[in-house]
Design a protein around this ligand. Structure first.
Ligand SMILES: *[C@@H]1O[C@H](CO)[C@@H](O)[C@H](O)[C@H]1NC(C)=O
Ligand SMILES: *[C@@H]1O[C@H](CO)[C@@H](O)[C@H](O)[C@H]1NC(C)=O
Ligand SMILES: *[C@@H]1O[C@H](CO)[C@@H](O)[C@H](O)[C@H]1NC(C)=O
Ligand SMILES: *[C@@H]1O[C@H](CO)[C@@H](O)[C@H](O)[C@H]1NC(C)=O
Length: 470
């Protein structure tokens, strides 16, 4: 158990003139105590003595010469700080009455009383164990009993009656507790550090990722716990499980074991179905987080970080993950003039404190975006070539970017429009018809010519056949 100890001493200026005044000082065993004579008295070049009961333990002459009581239990324990006496590492036998004397006159008397701060158990605590804190003081004779209270690690005052303060340990009890002892003029604080082994609170809201944003699964134990201490407490290790959330209403898949950390030597993560995730480098300092620099479509689900305490107990924290993506209907390869609907979502309605923000290609037909472009749906009535390129959607919580995602649209200009097709087809048909007509006309002409020639032949060259003049 490491107890940090501080001791404050506030001497009221009222005491200045009151020679022979008495002060009460509280200290824990091991503290360094500084006893300061009343301010304002000119003690320079004066012969000063410090007494413990009747024993002269320290002196200083007018030329700056100093001396201390050399025998045990004072050996090497005392020093001067200007006119003050400093007692380091105070032990049981040093509690009592100290007085500062100028010649034979007593300037001030200090009653150094023991303050005892104990905590139990003295080692680490697991959530659910009883933490007991006790702060007790010796009752000063002839003085009022001081008021005692505790400040928890968050600085909240805890009213406490007699006896030790008891509480069922929780993660929030981890940290430095302060016992405050207050009497009329002085206040003393003693601190004690309490370590509750617990996992850091899971994030309040889901983590968001996308194909172009990282995936971070946070989980950690309070920083100052060493794995050796954890092992001594019986802690066996850490597991990361993944419960995929089915994208449709199919039956949920079985949980997958992602990683396990065993406290055996050497302390290291064992990947199971690691899904491309990696534990952060600092895991030996208690950071059990997993990361990947890009999300995946199938990352949606619950990730559970489990600290296996012992056979009866384990602690867990669940990190919900949603994947942000843009869906284009009817697709990403489009023909100019088509209507296109883009939807940016993560499979759940958008919580009221989150905002979506769209970014279009520079030449987009939707530029400038209407002011209500925070909606999940965007309709492009007729895509044009300017709509080709990257469309980005950002998910923000006030000014924090949670995730962003991109879709690339390809727009093709139709090479032949329907009208052009009709014209081309008609022209072709007309040409073919013309050709046929020409052909028919030509054929007919030829036949006519042949016929005519035949007739002419009969008339011009009448070959008298079988015609004889007798
Ligand atoms: C403080 O008190 C506890 C009991 O509450 C006792 O066992 C322990 O010895 C005390 N410590 C000192 C330094 O007096
Ligand atoms: C676990 O529980 C069993 C019975 O419930 C008990 O006997 C045992 O001591 C417990 N182990 C630890 C480490 O608390
Ligand atoms: C996490 O702990 C709760 C109780 O705190 C328990 O009901 C739940 O089953 C645990 N989840 C897993 C995956 O161990
Ligand atoms: C786009 O969405 C609107 C309503 O939001 C709907 O009327 C239209 O048919 C959709 N267009 C396409 C191509 O899906």
């Amino acid at each position: 158990m490491k107890t940090l100890i501080q001791s404050f001493l506030i001497v009221n200026a009222v005491l200045m003139s009151t020679m022979g005044a008495e002060e009460v000082v509280y200290a824990q065993v091991g503290d360094t105590v500084t006893l300061k004579p009343p301010v304002g008295t000119n003690l320079q070049r004066q012969y000063l003595y410090w007494f413990f009961s009747d024993l002269q333990v320290a002196w200083r002459n007018s030329f700056g010469g100093k001396g201390f009581h050399k025998d045990e239990p004072w050996t090497n324990r005392l020093s001067w700080l200007d006119d003050s006496l400093v007692i380091k590492n105070i032990q049981q036998e040093h509690f009592g009455t100290f007085s500062c004397k100028l010649k034979s006159k007593t300037l001030i008397t200090f009653k150094v009383l023991k303050l005892n701060v104990t905590k139990s158990p003295s080692s680490l605590l697991l959530p659910g164990e009883i933490l007991s804190l006790d702060c007790s003081v010796e009752a000063p004779q002839g003085h009022r009993k001081p008021g005692i209270y505790w400040l928890d690690p968050q600085g909240k005052k805890i009213a406490n009656n007699e006896g030790p303060f008891k509480v069922t340990a929780k993660g929030q009890h981890n940290g430095q507790w302060t016992c405050v002892v207050r009497n009329d003029r002085t206040e003393h604080k003693a601190t004690v550090s309490v370590t509750v082994v617990d996992l850091s609170p899971a994030p309040q809201r889901p983590q968001y990722t996308s194909l172009s944003s990282p995936l971070i699964l946070p989980c950690s134990i309070p920083a100052p716990i060493s794995w050796e201490q954890m092992k001594a407490k019986g802690i066996r290790g850490v597991d990361w499980l993944f419960f995929p959330k089915p994208s449709s209403n199919l039956i949920s898949d079985d949980p997958q074991s992602l990683f396990s950390l065993s406290l055996e030597d050497p302390l290291n993560w064992k990947p199971n179905q690691d899904r491309g995730l990696t534990p952060v480098r600092d895991f030996k300092k208690g950071d059990l987080s997993l990361t990947r620099n890009r999300g995946r479509e199938d990352d949606r689900g619950d990730y559970v970080c489990i600290l296996k305490v012992n056979e009866n107990m384990s602690l867990n924290r669940t990190v919900q993950v949603n994947v942000l993506k843009i869906i284009s209907y009817p697709g990403t390869d489009l023909i100019s003039g088509q209507q296109v609907n883009l939807t940016c979502s993560f499979g759940q309605p958008l919580p009221s404190d989150l905002r979506l923000k769209w970014f279009t290609p520079e030449q987009s037909s939707l530029q400038p975006l209407s002011p209500d472009h925070h909606r999940a749906h965007l309709t492009i009535p007729q895509v044009g070539t300017g709509d080709g390129g990257k469309w980005r959607c950002e998910l923000r919580q006030s000014n924090t970017l949670l995730a962003s995602t991109v879709i690339t649209l390809k727009i093709e200009v139709p090479k032949l429009s329907v009208w052009m097709l009709v014209i081309i087809c008609s022209a072709t048909i007309i040409i073919i018809l013309l050709l046929i007509l020409c052909f028919i006309f030509y054929k007919r002409r030829q036949r006519k010519l042949r016929h005519l020639r035949h007739r002419l032949c009969q008339c011009k060259n009448p070959k008298p056949k079988g015609f004889y003049r007798t």
